[in-house]
Structures are given as C-alpha cells and as structure tokens.
Design a protein around this ligand. Structure first.
Ligand code: ASP
Ligand code: MG
Length: 406
C-alpha cells in the first residue's frame, strides 16, 4: 500500500463543482489501494481578499492577528472537501495546522516548519480515513497561528510528504506541468516530462510560478519526488526529481522571465572601502531583497553601482539609497522601472562552454541591449528593457531549440 500526498491549489478548489472534482480524484487514489493525505490551498483569490480587508483597517496590521486572519481561507476548503467526501461515502477528516500539529518558528508571515507530529495523521490513515490538511499554516511553540509565506501550501505538502515518508507528492494545479517557457508568450513552449530539483528551484525563483521555491528546496533536501499535474486532465505531468545518470543533462531546459524588476544606479561614487556596505546595509535592514549587483571598474577613483530590486520596493529603496548617496558623495541616483530579467536555466551548462556567448549573440542579433548580467552554475540572467521581454524569450527558446526535444 502506497502513501500518496496530493496538494490542490486555489484554482482547483474555488467552487463546489471543483471541490467535487477534487473529491473524485482523491477517491480514485484511495480506490487504487493507497493511503491518501490531501493538502489544500484556500479558494483562488481568498487570501488576497483577506489581506485586503486587513489593509483597509491599517497599513501595518498586528502580525499575529494578520496570520490568524489570512490562514482562514484554508479552513473553509478542507472542511468542505471532508463534507463532500463523507457525502460520497468516504470517511474523511480535516485538520488545521495546530490540530496536526505542524510546529513552526514564530516568524509570522514567513514561518519555517520545525517539526510535524505525524501521529494523528497515521492513526486516521490506519483506519482507512482520508486525511485533509490545511496548507499554508502552522502553530508556534506559544500556540500562535503562523503562515508559511505566499504560496506556502506547496511547502506544507512537501513537508508532510517528507515527515510521512510518502511515496509521491502530487501537486495539482491549473497547468499540466512545467514548460520550457511560459506558453502564454511563446506558442512553441513544450512541457518537460522531467526536471531536476536544481533546475526547478532556479525556474521557481526566476519567475515560473508553479511552485513556491521553498517547497522545491525542501523536496530536494528530503528527496521527495514531486509530480506537477493538472487537476482538470489526466494527461501530462512533470516529475521533479534528482538528477539520475539516465537523464540527459540538458544544456538549457528552460527560459524564464521576471518583469518584477527595477534597476537603480548610484552614479559617480568614490571607490573606497565601505561604500557598498553603506549603500546596502540600510536596504537589508528594511528587508529589501537586492537581486543583481554590478559595480563598474573605477575610473580616476570613481565608480557606478547598479542593482535591481522588486518593483514594490522601488520607492523605499530609492529613498534609502539617495540618503546613503548623499553621505558618500554620489553624484546622483537613477531609477529605471522598465526593465525585465530574462534567464536561461539548465544543469548541463556547467560542463558546456559557449552557452553565455550564444545567449548574448542571440539578443544582440535582435538589437536587444543587455543592461546587466549575472550567472551561476546552472543559469544565466540578463536584464534588458522590459519591452523586449517577449521577443527575448522567443528568440532564446528558438536558439536553444527547446521545442525540439522530447
Ligand atoms: N492561500 C495561500 C496563498 O494564497 C497559500 C497557497 O495558496 O499556497 O498564498
Ligand atoms: Mg500556489
């Protein structure tokens, strides 16, 4: 008998008809002789609605109450699914994070799971009960409700799979797998049948929205095989797994883009120790995530520093950098919000030369200017003007022949 964890996202449970559809899938897995644990998100849009309610009262709601509020969407879906399954003749029980108990640290809005007590779940499974667990939430050691960050029910599902030693963790969503790029902007995008954890992690961080990056990190750490599939069809699916020798090491597996980028340049700063620290420490203190950073070679003791942040942080980041810029004698601060990051990802890149050159030549051929570059073992990212996003994705998809392989 296998133990299967199935996670359904918000678009798979946002009305009763869809919850019934989920119930049928759960029953199918159960009838096939499996023990089934289901993890659910809130109905699509519900978490946003709750956040918006809190923000109608104040810009900075108390964090404890904020998490207590935004975790409620999942309570609705898990209980509805249990009621649905019971009506269809299948014993099922819902559990909230604290009932399981999914113990987290006390970092509201982005808590980390510390421990999962599997006893209650195992007892139910032993009795043939389908267990349905609210994703996205946990409880800290003082019994406060916590949440795991937006998209956190993916992480709940992976953590539960690891704790229960599940045979597989199926992530059901509204697309039938992971694609070489976004099919909405490139009609030649092709579904990947397999992808490594590392590639998936890069793609998730670079803007592919199928999985919360933390869930991929955790899946890799505990070697949980993930299957991304659609709750609306039986076709397709992408297996996220460790690299095996049989797996061809693709030089490039995917092209991603991220329009949530803004570029800030601090112009003409004296090139001496402590300058970067003076600029970036205030950003860190304000929890602003800085993505790429470039410092130009200095000319006559002066240099330019350019970096990118998420567009939501642009106002605050500019203010902080202007302040620091004055202190260190920078000439001015320039902001460009019309940029996007285009990346190529592939585990085979490490062992192939010329991949970066090929990417740059492809962009150059289209007259696309590269504003910033950053690389790692398995990805190369270029910041370009936002208006070139679609074009850049399409030509790179062609250059690396991503439509061709199976
Ligand atoms: N409902 C939560 C959110 O919208 C968690 C999730 O969907 O994974 O972020
Ligand atoms: Mg999600």
């Amino acid at each position: 008998m296998a133990l299967v964890v199935q996670k359904y996202g918000g678009t798979s449970v946002d009305n009763l008809a869809k919850i019934e559809n989920v119930a049928m899938r759960v029953i199918k897995a159960k009838e096939a002789g499996n023990q089934v644990v289901v993890v659910l998100s809130a109905m699509a849009g519900e978490t946003d609605r709750l956040i918006n309610l809190a923000h109608q009262i104040t810009d900075s709601p108390d964090e404890r109450e904020y998490d207590a509020l935004i975790s409620t969407g999942e309570q609705v879906t898990v209980s509805l699914l249990a009621i649905m399954l019971n009506k269809m003749g299948y014993p099922a029980r819902s559990f909230l994070g604290f009932q399981v108990k999914i113990l987290t640290d006390g970092a509201y809005k982005q808590a980390r799971i510390v421990n999962i007590d599997t006893m209650a779940i195992k007892n139910e499974l032993k009795n043939g009960v389908i267990v349905i667990i609210a994703g996205f939430q946990g409880v800290d050691s003082d019994n406060n409700i916590t949440t795991l960050g937006r998209g956190g029910s993916d992480t709940s599902a992976v953590a539960l799979s690891a704790a229960l030693h599940a045979d597989v963790c199926d992530i059901y969503t509204d697309v039938d797998g992971v694609y070489t790029t976004d099919p909405n902007i490139c009609s030649k995008a092709r579904r990947l049948s397999k992808i490594t954890y590392d590639e998936m992690l890069e793609m998730a961080m670079l803007g592919a929205k199928v999985l919360q990056p933390r869930s991929v990190e955790m899946a890799k750490k505990y070697q949980v095989p993930l299957y991304i599939r659609s709750s609306f069809t039986d076709e397709g699916g992408t297996l996220v797994t460790k690299e095996d020798s049989a797996m061809e090491r693709e030089v490039v597996s995917g092209v991603t883009y991220d329009r949530d980028q803004a570029k800030i340049t601090v112009v003409h700063v004296p090139d001496r120790p402590g300058i970067a620290a003076r600029l970036f420490t205030p950003l860190a203190e304000h929890h602003i995530v800085v993505d790429m950073i470039i410092q130009n070679a200095s000319v006559e003791g002066f240099t330019d520093l350019t970096f990118t942040v998420s567009r939501k942080d642009i106002k605050e980041a500019t203010r902080l950098v202007e302040e620091a810029g004055k202190d260190i004698g920078a000439a001015k601060v320039e902001v460009d919000e019309n940029v996007a990051k285009i990346s190529i990802v592939g585990v085979g890149m490490v062992s192939h030369s010329g991949v970066a050159a090929k990417m740059f030549a492809t962009l150059a051929h289209e007259g696309i200017n590269i504003l910033m570059i950053s690389t790692s073992d398995i990805k190369i990212s270029c910041v370009v003007q936002a208006k070139y996003t679609e074009l850049a994705v399409m030509v790179l998809h062609d250059t690396f022949e991503l439509d061709k392989r199976s």
